[in-house]
Design a protein around this ligand. Structure first.
Ligand SMILES: [Zn+2]
Length: 443
């Protein structure tokens, strides 16, 4: 990895707190961090490696707050029966697919999805993995793909009782193994959380075991929460409390943890999420696709919940997800003016805080001391671009532009749309297609 790199003469759009636009600025990167940001002329005597961003827009790399790298092979799958509700989607599609995954499938599908992330300027991926037919070693396989992609990733295995006690035990063990591995030698780019599927597929016993192990290892949890009404109904049947109360009772929520979705949460549960400091990751495209409802993002943010944004494997493109998030808030609130600050805040501020908690780094800004995770776009704004309207440009213009260059920790992963990785992309895709065909046959 080159220890120093100068990104020259770009237009910088930084998003810490409020958006700021600086033209003709350069960014000096040393040992993975941004060490200086100043007008280009101030670096005239710089002797090291330079990368021109002239005529381009430099933004902080995006964080995908919740996704499933294993879902690559679902693309184009026509075997799933039509589903009438969320439980049908799980039973007819996802649980059939994940049960058939081999360890090689886990590696190859992750690699495809990670390359896609690089191409879309997503520099950090927070993943939630399931492969009940190949649990042991699955996170190592995903981590191998992460290493080859150069991205930052936080992995976990989703423990569940849905496949019986043996698979649940294997899931607990896989989390423990991988968390220990990351704590011993994860490096700056790899982290782990303790993964749990969702309250409705977890017995009290398994939740208690997972909580005990996670607390002993001093990590947070990553779980789907109140994604559909069925999760709340199951929690009430089982424990006479809602999902958030049930998870809080087991000590699964808190500042280190991520609760994905939280579509069906009561005002009291929102207060509890704020009180415990739990990060909620909103996944609007997935929620719309599964017809489960739309999370009350505006209310959650107003009441002090840390809200981030994820794609739940619908795309690797965080700007596409942010747009869908905004339309969903407009529609749900019957108000075409609401949610802009909350959605852009989740995309930049919320996600940066969540990644910061997990990786112990400052990301999401272009300033001294932040990790050098950047995306450079081919974007020549056809209307004035100012501090005041920069986020409008992000959603309505940048989202339609091409990512030219992606940088993680100062390492250039893609430059001029060419991958700079030790990966033969065409071969990866061809192998993925071959494995997908076999997987579909097994289903
Ligand atoms: Zn998910």
């Amino acid at each position: 990895m080159p220890s120093a790199l100068l990104i020259e003469d770009g237009t910088l759009l930084s998003t810490g707190g409020t958006a700021s636009v600086r033209r003709g600025h350069s960014v000096l990167i040393e040992d993975g961090f941004i060490t200086r940001v100043a007008p280009g002329a101030e670096f005239a005597g710089y002797k090291g490696r330079r990368l021109s961003a002239a005529g381009k827009l430099v933004v902080p790399g995006f964080v995908n707050g919740h996704t499933h790298l294993y879902s690559t092979f679902a693309r184009g799958l026509s075997k799933a029966r039509p589903s009438r509700d969320f439980m049908g989607v799980l039973r007819n599609l996802w649980w059939r697919l994940d049960s058939a995954l081999t360890t090689e499938d886990c590696y190859q599908s992750a690699l495809v999805a990670l390359i896609d992330s690089v191409r879309h300027g997503t520099t950090t991926v927070i993943d939630h993995h399931a492969s009940p037919g190949a649990v042991g070693g699955s996170l190592d396989a995903v981590a191998r793909a992460v290493g080859e992609s150069g991205l930052r990733a936080c992995l976990c295995y989703e423990v569940s009782d849905r496949d019986g006690a043996k698979v649940a035990q294997a899931g607990l063990a896989e989390n423990v193994h991988f968390i220990r591995r990351c704590q011993a030698h994860g490096g700056p780019n790899l982290r782990a959380l303790f993964g749990l599927h969702a309250s409705f597929t977890l017995s009290d016993r398994t939740l208690e075991d997972a909580a005990g192990l996670g607390h002993a290892l001093e990590v947070g949890f990553h779980i789907h929460a109140a994604e559909a009404k069925a999760d709340q109904q199951a929690a009430r049947r089982r424990s006479r409390t809602g999902v958030i109360d049930r998870l809080t009772r087991f000590g699964v929520l808190g500042r280190r943890s991520i609760a994905a979705h939280c579509v069906h949460v009561s005002p009291r549960e929102i207060a509890s999420l704020a009180e415990t400091g739990t990060a909620v990751v909103h996944n609007p495209q997935s929620n719309l696709n599964n017809a489960v409802g739309i999370a009350r993002v505006v209310e959650m943010v107003r009441r002090g919940v840390l809200v981030g944004l994820g794609t739940d494997a619908m795309t690797a493109n965080m700007l596409e997800e942010a747009r869908a998030a905004l339309w969903a808030q407009h529609h749900a609130n019957a108000n075409p003016s609401c949610g802009f600050g909350e959605v852009t805040g989740a995309l930049f501020g919320g996600n940066a805080r969540i990644a910061g908690r997990i990786f112990g780094l400052r990301v999401g800004e272009i300033r001294q001391g932040c990790a050098a995770d950047l995306a450079i776009f081919d974007y020549d704004p056809p209307t004035p671009l100012t501090d005041g309207n920069a986020l409008g440009h992000v959603l309505f213009g940048l989202s339609q532009a091409q990512v030219d260059t992606t940088i993680v920790g100062g390492r250039v992963l893609m430059e001029r749309r060419q991958l700079k990785l030790d990966i033969d992309e065409a071969r990866v895709i061809a192998r993925a297609r071959e494995l997908a065909r076999k997987l579909w046959q097994r289903m």
